[in-house]
Ligand binder design. Structure first.
Ligand SMILES: Nc1ncnc2c1ncn2[C@@H]1O[C@H](COP(=O)(O)OP(=O)(O)OP(=O)(O)O)[C@@H](O)[C@H]1O
Ligand SMILES: Nc1ccn([C@H]2C[C@H](O)[C@@H](COP(=O)(O)O)O2)c(=O)n1
Length: 226
């Protein structure tokens, strides 16, 4: 019975630190980790490879059902994502892939196509799941629910520093525009919009360091963190 497997959900907007915090918390707990955004990004990338039209919901839904997505951990703890057998990890992290994912994620049947794949990550000893609707739709019975936020300006700055470190040339103003557009699309869609579950603990990470946020999340699970 997977219902017996404890789940911690961490939802929030782009750049709020969900991925960073979820990976660190999962590592500290020794639990599995689900990056649900990577599934939507993988479908977006597979659709681009197949030259599908983002305005053709039927083709995108078929793509969501048919795309093979595998997560592999390297010996040094790096998580790689294989899309239809190709390592697409770096392509998935681009702003283009994020925007495509956000667009296809608004199609209800795409969300249905990915629902069971997400729930299959629920395995002992536990799961930390990051996304937009982990606490509201995918794991509504999760024992712990967190909603991370940060000001749009700080999120844009974090993304700017992240991309600059990777040698990607972007502007802060452009990133801020993209973040605001993605927030608006993710929060306004009809199905599973970005919003905290009523019982979620909301943490505003503006001005907080990564370790402080990790400690605040682990403090919600007394006796479980190390
Ligand atoms: N509390 C924090 N303080 C400073 N930087 C942070 C903090 N949390 C995350 N970061 C940095 O911000 C960047 C974005 O974080 P991350 O990718 O975890 O966000 P995300 O919410 O998962 O974004 P997305 O939804 O777009 O995948 C990373 O470079 C990360 O190291
Ligand atoms: N549970 C989820 C996860 C992701 N999405 C969509 C919306 C996001 O803008 C896009 C990329 O996600 P990210 O990798 O930035 O977390 O995918 C969603 O709708 N539901």
């Amino acid at each position: 019975m997977t219902d017996d497997v404890p789940v911690l959900t961490i939802d929030g907007p782009s750049g709020s630190g969900k991925g960073t915090i979820s990976r660190a918390v999962a590592h500290r707990l020794g639990w599995h980790y689900l990056d649900s955004g990577a599934l939507y990004r993988a479908v977006g990338v597979a659709a681009a490879w197949a030259d599908l039209d983002l305005d053709d919901p039927g083709a995108l839904v078929r793509c969501a059902f048919d795309t093979e997505i595998d997560f592999r951990e390297t010996p040094d703890g790096d998580l790689r994502v294989l899309v239809n057998g190709h390592d697409a990890t770096d392509e998935l992290r681009t702003e283009t892939a994020g925007a495509a994912a956000s667009a296809i994620a608004a199609i209800p049947a795409v969300r249905t196509a990915l629902r069971d794949r997400q729930r299959a990550f629920r395995r002992l000893p536990g799961l930390v799941a990051d996304g937009r609707d982990m606490g509201t739709v995918i794991f509504p019975d999760a024992a712990w629910k967190v909603f991370l936020t940060a000001s749009a300006e700080e999120r844009a700055e974090r993304r700017y520093n992240q991309l600059k470190n990777k040698g990607v040339s972007v502007t802060l103003a452009g990133l801020l525009r993209e973040i605001l557009a993605r927030d608006a699309r993710d929060a306004s869609r009809a199905v599973a919009p970005l919003r905290p579950a009523p019982e979620a603990v909301c943490i505003d990470t503006t001005g907080l360091g990564i370790d402080e946020v990790v400690d605040s999340v682990l403090a919600l699970l007394p006796g479980r963190g190390v």
